[in-house]
Design a protein around this ligand. Sequence first.
Ligand SMILES: [Fe+2]
Ligand SMILES: [Fe+2]
Length: 244
Amino acid sequence: MTDTAPLVPDASALNADALPRITLPRITLETVTASADVTAMIEVADEYLGAIGYTEHGFRHANLVAHISGNIIRRLGYDDRMAEMAEIAGYLHDTGNCIGRDHHGVSSALLARDMLRALGMDPWETAHIMNAVGNHEEESGAPANPIGAATIIADKSDVHHTRVRNPDPATFDIHDRVNHAARRSFLRVDGQARTLTLEIDIDTEISQVMEYFEIFLSRMQMCRAAAEVLDSTFHLIINGTKLL
Ligand SMILES: [Fe+2]
Ligand SMILES: [Fe+2]
């Protein structure tokens, strides 16, 4: 017998309900779109890209990529929280362009980290979103998880004439011409067949299908790799003809 208190308390004596609990907020697309920081970053990024001759990368692109990313995850049967995280990654993926175009995947990921942690997001969720955002560009990125794969496919699916800002068709470069020629683009997700099909209608008076292929080949290869991560296959249909 000793009257010294044991150094290790009896775990069964602990009342779990009496312990302080840390509840992290559930950060959603709604939380992120309401952030003044994010709004400013997207505005400046789009303004800058316009000034150096790029197509539209503003709220239209951010919202579209967010919604397509979430839809891909939901339709392929992943859980709802993963879809919410994909929506956030899709919305934030191009914010780094407010710093500069080069390596904007990485700068966007670091900006996302600051912003999401300031909002109190779970560190594990934040890190996954950083990984998705940081890998969305074909020059340096690679899809490695469903959130990143969905972000890539959603981003590369946004080909549309409304993105062209150059008002003078005579000075269009190949990117302007191909986007200008895209009358319709739609990503069809078949959850049962596990196929992701990008359907594009191109006005061949403006751009030839081969021109589209020339600038989008590396993007389409990345979409193929992303679809594999999603245990799916990627297809491309231009003017009703299946090319991939
Ligand atoms: Fe980008
Ligand atoms: Fe983008």
